[in-house]
Design a protein around this ligand. Structure first.
Ligand code: UDP
Length: 415
């Protein structure tokens, strides 16, 4: 198998350097950054191409040994609707081709993330004549299955591009067998070209820390029971289920009213002006007011990724009540920190967590069951401890060094 030395990683619409937990930045950004870092560590040089969304960003930003982020022009140098970026695709491709030529780099593989990058990848392939590995992270058809309004529905163009990429890419990586199945059933993809390789977690950073130490570092109170929810403020994350579940627990256990709190990471912090909050955050705000939980559920806003291990370790329970999750990085990170997780039995979460061994699974859209399982973890020490140990152990098999080796083997097989 030929060795792969240079990888062009495409993360066109959203940068691996973006602030996480905001509208367009989450698991995919972490994936691109961490995979690239690990590949760099394993001796592969990686250029991550992304669009410039701020005029002051330099063209090249070093990320890690052997890894750099390269900014190209694609539309205005400002945040921009990803559905409209297609108009600027040809100029972006020109920019990348010029860059590669000026640097004298010949890429062995194009690894493309999300459908927006895929469109660029298949054009670049014509010039570079190297294989394209495509990952979707989420699929439009799956999002549409759980969409509750026209606003949440993905465009037919996205679905068409995804279908084209499933046909055209040299290989497709699915994060789970379930994801692979969706590609086959919803898009008619050829199963033989889809490789299942999970996401990873940096186990050296995401590891257990005593709860009191984590809380002290974060300035969180010691005497309260904290249920943590993490995610972009999007209906798909189901954070409304967590608020409803907490309302049920307060109603059922009046003595918990002063001590049981929900903390939500993502979106905007409590102290910011409400005009900045998106529709979902405003909806969650209205819901907590309606249930008299204004002071029991707090918005902490987006938090630096470096602080996430402490947040997971500080929580009594981490809730992941998503309606759909293709992989579920938040759950995996929390597990690596030994935090007890209650998650919806959907998508990647249902494969990541073994119910009652490495976490608890509940049906999606069911706040009563979510409340019940949160209560189990809050009141039954033996169950919590066993799950915490099981979760930590399970997360080890997803460590980045291992996942990146699998990705490299795929590169080599295609090269
Ligand atoms: N994240 C973060 N800070 C935040 C919110 C999220 O660092 O304020 C990170 C989180 O640790 C995880 C990722 O963003 O690595 C979210 O990944 P997930 O797959 O759970 O959700 P996605 O956003 O991809 O739907």
């Amino acid at each position: 198998m030929p060795a792969v030395r240079h990888v062009a990683m495409l993360s066109v619409h959203s940068s691996p350097l973006a602030r996480l937990g905001s509208k367009e930045a989450g698991g995919m950004n972490v994936y691109v950054r961490e995979l690239s870092r690990e590949l760099g560590h394993q001796g592969v040089s990686v250029d991550i191409f992304t669009r410039r969304s701020d005029p002051s960003t330099p063209t090249i930003v070093p990320l890690a040994p052997g890894v750099r982020v390269v900014h190209g022009q694609m539309g205005p140098a400002a945040p921009y609707d990803k559905n409209l970026l297609v108009h600027y695709g040809p100029a972006f491709v020109e920019d990348i081709l010029r860059f590669a030529e000026s640097q004298g780099v010949q890429y062995d593989i194009i690894h493309s993330h999300y459908w927006v990058s895929g469109e660029v990848a298949v054009v670049l392939r014509q010039s570079w004549r190297c294989p394209v590995v495509q990952m979707f992270h989420t699929l439009g058809a799956m999002k549409n299955r759980v969409a509750r309004s026209a606003e949440e529905t993905e465009t037919s163009r996205r679905i068409a591009v995804e279908r084209m990429l499933l046909r055209e890419a040299d290989a497709v990586v699915a994060a789970t067998p379930l994801d692979r199945e969706h590609m086959v059933h919803s898009y008619g993809a050829d199963a033989g070209r889809i490789h299942t390789i999970p996401g990873g977690v940096e186990v050296r950073r995401f590891r257990p820390v005593p709860r009191s130490v984590a809380r002290e570092r974060l300035g969180l109170p010691l005497g309260q029971q904290l249920v943590l929810g993490v995610g972009r403020m999007e209906p798909l994350k189901g954070l409304d289920m967590l608020i409803r579940a907490l309302a049920m627990l307060h109603a059922r256990h009046p003595s918990w009213r002063g001590s049981l709190r929900g903390i939500l990471i993502g979106g905007h912090a409590e102290t910011t002006s409400r005009d900045q909050w998106n529709t979902e955050q405003q909806r969650l705000d209205a819901l907590r007011q309606e249930h008299g939980l204004a002071s029991a559920v707090s918005f902490l806003g987006t938090q630096p990724h470096e602080l996430m291990p402490d947040y997971y370790a500080a929580a009594d329970v981490v809730a992941v009540p998503s309606l759909y999750e293709s992989f579920g990085l938040v759950a995996l990170e929390a597990m690596a920190c030994g935090a007890p997780v209650v998650a919806s039995q959907v998508g990647g979460l249902s494969l990541l967590i073994e119910h009652e061994r490495s976490g608890l699974l509940v049906p999606p859209n069911d706040p009563a069951m979510l409340a019940e399982q949160i209560a189990v973890l809050l009141t039954q020490d033996a169950v919590r401890e066993a799950i915490s140990a099981g979760a930590h152990q399970r997360a080890q098999s997803y460590r980045w060094s291992r996942v990146a080796h699998e990705i490299q083997s795929l590169y080599c097989a295609l090269g």
